[in-house]
Design a protein around this ligand. Structure first.
Ligand SMILES: *Cc1c(COP(=O)(O)O)cnc(C)c1O
Length: 569
């Protein structure tokens, strides 16, 4: 490990997935993008962090869409040696009573001002491992419960041991979601009192000391999003031999639930500081976990990464230093000529239109608004809401034409998610030229950059309260693109009606299709088309998105809050 990373104590940031760049498919969606943006901000701010994740050599998957709208999944293998360098240290964890050797690749995130943040991508593909164990770190969110628990042992316990073997001094451990909660067991073991120092009946575990080292961010109010494992499986994988194995089962049950190993419970009980990823989400989490103090630190996105080229140039020229202090974007309306902002948007829109033409051979009209919708395709995100009444959609477009661009992957085992993709593709075909609609395949960082900057309106229709935060609308805001969204997740905080975008439905409501159509037809499209005679209304919304939301909903602000409130305790 290069010395530069070993001088200062660091925050160890554990995440099952991390989006480092489009060429490295070690992420599936928002959780990984947030992890990547967090490390990018740490590098920009020179904040001492080290990330721990899995190498996921087989990638998540490459998405194709066949003629019937079916998602076709191809492996997305990548070669760690092309982007990262192997570290020589290895440690062993015991799984099914076999030692599993865990090593890592070092990827370095480089900041805008020379800051560097190390990322360890854990690997088990070594000759000394049993062939069964070599693939533990291959498939992101692949395999059965046993496979997943093995991955979580490698991530939480293996990662913690490897950090120590590499010589890192760790100030605090941050679990980005519950997948890495087993790291707490390793630290419990580390601080265990030797038997001869104990009175009879006294616990050997120093829980307060462990809690003082751990922080936990929960990311979803969906039960299915919380890992649970049967204790029979736990016993099979961990072994019951205390000397070689981990902590004893009775104590684990006290911390993680009597019925099954609930990783969220474990993380909650082992962490002194717990937070949700938006105000609304923290409220929901407090109801789900009564008795725990759940703080709120609203997510953000990394400024430089999510600002399109044309806007970067403008921000550099008029708001120098914005990359380090994105709060300066609050001055965009006063400093940057609004025609220049419009020109930057037009260039981002042209890039998106070119991509659509290249993939679908269809020509989108730059004079007409483009609605963008892209995210993980899964039921609660309701990607079908916009298409629930195609006649209504056609009728709206007949007077005020608009176009739609869609993208998103469904998890290979999310049948409903896949059906939704097929429904979207069918709707696109049915709408034909009445409402030009395309689905871009293989959603990734690059497509997200193109879409969030190139669309005119960013649409989001989750079923409240299930969207913990959502971040793609924040990417849009940095590029002057307003959101049209149900009031859930970050939008509860970000929506200033008619200033940063628009709400679908009432606060506290579900936001249904009639509300969506009404807002689109009566407010959003008329304002867009009014540009022909009076561009000032749309310009104000564009400026509002940047100054009010771009300036705030970014990972620099988020990191500074984590540093001051979660880590510095
Ligand atoms: C930003 C992003 C997401 C998360 O989008 P949400 O709005 O939070 O659903 C998912 N996938 C990719 C590739 C992204 O860039």
């Amino acid at each position: 490990m290069p010395d530069e990373f070993l001088h200062d104590p660091r925050i160890a940031y554990f995440s099952m997935e991390i989006a480092l760049r489009s060429e490295i498919p070690t992420y599936s969606g928002g959780l990984g993008v947030l992890a990547g943006d967090t490390l990018r901000s740490a590098a920009d701010l020179d904040f001492p962090m080290v990330a721990v994740s899995l190498v996921s050599r087989a990638g998540y998957f490459r998405q194709g869409i066949d003629a019937d709208g079916r998602q076709v999944e191809a492996p997305a293998p990548w070669r760690p040696e092309d982007w990262a360098r192997p570290l020589s240290a290895k440690i062993a964890v015991e799984i099914e009573r076999r030692p599993v050797w865990v090593g890592a690749w070092l990827y370095v995130v480089e900041g805008q001002r020379g800051g560097r943040a190390p990322v360890l991508l854990l690997d088990t593909q070594y000759a000394e491992n049993d062939p069964r164990d070599r693939e533990i770190t291959h498939y992101l969110y692949g395999g059965d419960d046993a496979y997943r628990l093995k991955q979580e042992i490698v991530l939480g316990i293996g990662g913690t041991r490897l950090l120590r073997a590499l010589g890192f001094e760790i100030r605090a451990y941050h679990m980005n979601e519950g997948h890495s909660a087993l790291l707490g067991l390793e630290i419990l073991r580390r601080y265990r009192y030797p038997a001869h120092e104990l009175q009879s009946g006294e616990s050997p575990y120093d829980l307060p000391r462990v809690r003082a080292r751990c922080r936990f961010t929960t990311h979803t109010p969906l039960d299915a999003g919380h890992d649970q494992f049967a204790y029979e499986l736990v016993e099979r994988l961990f072994g019951d031999d205390e000397s070689d194995g981990y902590v004893d089962l009775p104590m684990l049950k006290r911390l993680a639930g009597e019925d099954s190993l609930n990783m969220t419970r474990l993380a909650l009980n082992l962490s002194e500081y717990v937070n949700g990823v938006a105000e609304r989400h923290a409220e929901t989490s407090r109801k789900m976990y009564p008795g725990y103090h759940v703080h709120a630190i609203t997510n953000g996105v990394h400024p430089f990464t999510w600002v399109a080229e044309g806007f970067r140039t403008l921000y550099d020229q008029y708001l120098p230093g914005w990359c380090h202090e994105p709060e300066r974007l609050a001055r965009a309306a006063d400093r940057i000529p609004v025609e220049a902002l419009e020109a930057a948007h037009e260039s981002a829109k042209r890039a998106l239109i070119a991509r659509i033409a290249a993939e679908h051979g269809r020509t989108f009209d730059p004079e007409r608004p483009i609605l963008g919708f892209a995210r993980r395709m899964t039921a609660y995100k309701r990607p079908d809401l916009l298409f629930s009444d195609l006649d209504r959609l056609r009728a709206i477009a007949a007077r005020q034409p608009f176009q739609i661009v869609l993208a998103g992957k469904a998890h290979p085992r999310d049948q409903r998610g896949k059906e939704l993709i097929a429904e979207l593709v069918r709707a696109a075909r049915t709408l034909g030229d009445a409402v030009p609609t395309v689905f871009l395949a293989d959603y990734d960082l690059r497509i997200s950059q193109l879409m969030t900057a190139g669309a005119d309106v960013w649409l989001n229709t989750p079923l409240p309260p299930l969207e913990a935060s959502g971040t793609s609308g924040m990417k849009a805001a940095l590029n002057g693109v307003p959101s049209l969204s149900v009031l859930d997740g970050w939008w509860v905080e970000g929506c200033l009606e008619g200033v940063t975008g628009w709400a679908i439905g009432e606060p506290g409501g579900a936001g249904d299709a009639p509300a969506l159509y009404a807002k689109l037809e009566n407010v959003v499209l008329p304002l867009y088309y009014a540009r022909r005679t009076d561009p000032s209304g749309w310009r104000r919304v564009m400026q509002g998105a940047i100054t009010k939301n771009g300036a705030y909903f970014n990972t620099h602000r988020m990191m500074r809050r984590y540093a001051a409130e979660a880590y510095q305790r």
